[in-house]
Design a protein around this ligand. Sequence first.
Ligand SMILES: NC(=O)c1ccc[n+]([C@@H]2O[C@H](COP(=O)([O-])OP(=O)(O)OC[C@H]3O[C@@H](n4cnc5c(N)ncnc54)[C@H](O)[C@@H]3O)[C@@H](O)[C@H]2O)c1
Length: 422
Amino acid sequence: MKEKLKIAILGLGSRGLDVYAANIPKFADKMELVAVADLRRERVEEARRLYGIAGENCFSSAEEMLEAERMADAMFICTQDRDHVKHAQAALEKGYHLLLEKPVSADAEECRALLETARRCKRRVCVCHVLRYTPFYGKIKEMIEQGAVGRVLSLQAREDVGYFHQAHSFVRGNWRNSDETSPMILAKCCHDMDLIVWLTGASCKSLSSFGTLSHFTKEHAPQGAAARCTEGCAAKKECPYDAEKIYISDHKTGVRFTDGWPVNTVVGHPTEESVREALENGPYGRCVYHCDNNVVDHQVVNMQLEQDITVTFSMCAFSARCDRYIKVMGTLGELEGYLSENKIAYTSFGGEKQIIDLTKQTADFGGHAGGDTRMLGQFADYILTGARSSSITDLEMSLESHYMALAAEESRKNGGVAVHLV
Ligand SMILES: NC(=O)c1ccc[n+]([C@@H]2O[C@H](COP(=O)([O-])OP(=O)(O)OC[C@H]3O[C@@H](n4cnc5c(N)ncnc54)[C@H](O)[C@@H]3O)[C@@H](O)[C@H]2O)c1
């Protein structure tokens, strides 16, 4: 392997261009971006201009890039959920190592086939479980391993999706319909399933799940709701999901205050004018009660892990902020905290509660609480030198989280029956 890792990115969307291409230069001693591909010409052109990619290494489709001679050591696969496996298979056959976006696939057979190809081609495949690389979960992992809570016997975890995030991604946006993408428990929560297995060091033996799409349906449309938020909707004033509020005037998410996520997925380089036009014509201006969505808006999963560990997990759209909460309970103590706060409350039984404040140790919490960039650096080390941090999530490890999520979906669809995994 050469000293610097050459990277090709397939799919220049939010992840490929805005996150990975933008952060690769922070690791200029370890890796360089040399090739890109996307169906959208303007995204390819932007990558070429910003990162100086040679014209012959700019491709207008996955197929074109994957037919060409291998021009990099590793490929980042950042296309949409249903395309990951076909793109990953072809890239492995060409000899690329992979950083593969999650979810790998919503089809367990496809997951197994990809693992088979990776083994045959003897290539490394790391799946983007970015939360493993955050200071918050990294510290929790370290404390559990050091015995801070004794023997872990129970874990509670919650994903507060955030009302606007649900509306953006899972009602109006890319992950709204599981027939086209993935069930929400896989798309959103394969990270949580992965964290549960990683933190406890125990596999899931069986689980059961309940959940429904209860609110974002036409039956719940307020009186006078228009098909689009821009079409004189009579329910606008009271509706927190109003697209003009979320994408234009809200002080955290609106274009008047930010040009980042989520408004930059409505339109690239957003201005108030271009956002308004996109809301008038595109998917993000649709009434949340009149979309073609079918994924749940709340779901719970109960799990029995090896070593007698029990886990409860809850994912819910109806929260003010996007956050994750975790509480780990062991025989000698407990720890708990919110990811967004980067603080862990730790009590050794009989002792005083201590607050471990990670914000005093680093200020680098950008992009998934600091996970996105740390993952890139550790991936480069892994491919270049074989140095494998405990956060690195090989395909085989990642698939455990996928099988759990798919089992949860099966259980949910069958009234909460227990599904046995091992
Ligand atoms: N790791 C995480 O925490 C995390 C977070 C968000 C999204 N994701 C996952 O990352 C993936 C990408 O998400 P995104 O938000 O960047 O999506 P996106 O839609 O913004 O980007 C996908 C890109 O792929 C391009 N594309 C599609 N088909 C192509 C083809 N045949 N050839 C070339 N380009 C093609 C599209 O034009 C688009 O630019 C998804 O699978 C998503 O679930 C992961």
